[in-house]
Design a protein around this ligand. Structure first.
Ligand code: FES
Length: 166
């Protein structure tokens, strides 16, 4: 499902990433080092690189985001304090992800790919994160939130707002 995204990767970048993956034996236990090396050559970790790594390391994009967003050293572009990655893959879409995304957009006043002016929130909409069983799904700074409803996401966003103020 992430194939289109992977195709956006430049040929050279793909080869460079493959070199890194091979250098670390295609072993997912070396994920952090691999991510560090990838970030070194690309400057940050774009979504297409994450999807490519997920294919090569046989891990779901959610697992990689889970690790990568845990460490502040990793950058996905100029991102806010909270990176909200919202899945709009087929399973999530069918289960209502457009409503969730729409709610977040209105709540935060930003669209996917944007960062709020105060640099607190970055919103991304991506294809399948590999945890369709709990769709619709969002990952916020590495934490996975599943079976989302607009009420549930509202509570989550309210909680983040409270964290920021405290
Ligand atoms: S479609 Fe959303 S996790 Fe698979």
């Amino acid at each position: 499902m992430g194939q289109n995204i992977v195709n956006e990767l430049e040929y050279k970048d793909k080869n460079d990433i493959l070199d890194i993956i091979n250098q670390y034996n295609k072993d997912k236990n070396n994920l952090i080092t691999i991510l560090q090396e990838v970030q070194k050559i690309l400057g940050f970790l774009p979504h297409n690189a994450i999807y490519f790594l997920s294919e090569e390391l046989k891990m779901s994009p959610a697992e990689i985001y889970g690790v990568a967003t845990f460490y502040t050293q990793f950058k996905f572009e100029e991102i806010g304090k909270y990176l909200i990655v919202c899945c709009d893959g087929t399973a999530c879409h069918v289960k209502g992800s457009p409503l969730i995304l729409n709610f977040i957009e209105n709540y935060l006043g930003i669209k996917p790919g944007e960062t709020s002016n105060n640099k607190i929130y970055t919103l991304e909409s991506v294809a399948c994160l590999g945890c369709c069983a709990i769709s619709p799904v969002c990952i916020i700074n590495g934490d996975t939130y599943g079976d989302l409803t607009t009420n549930k996401i509202k509570r989550i966003l309210n909680k983040l707002e409270k964290e920021i103020k405290d």
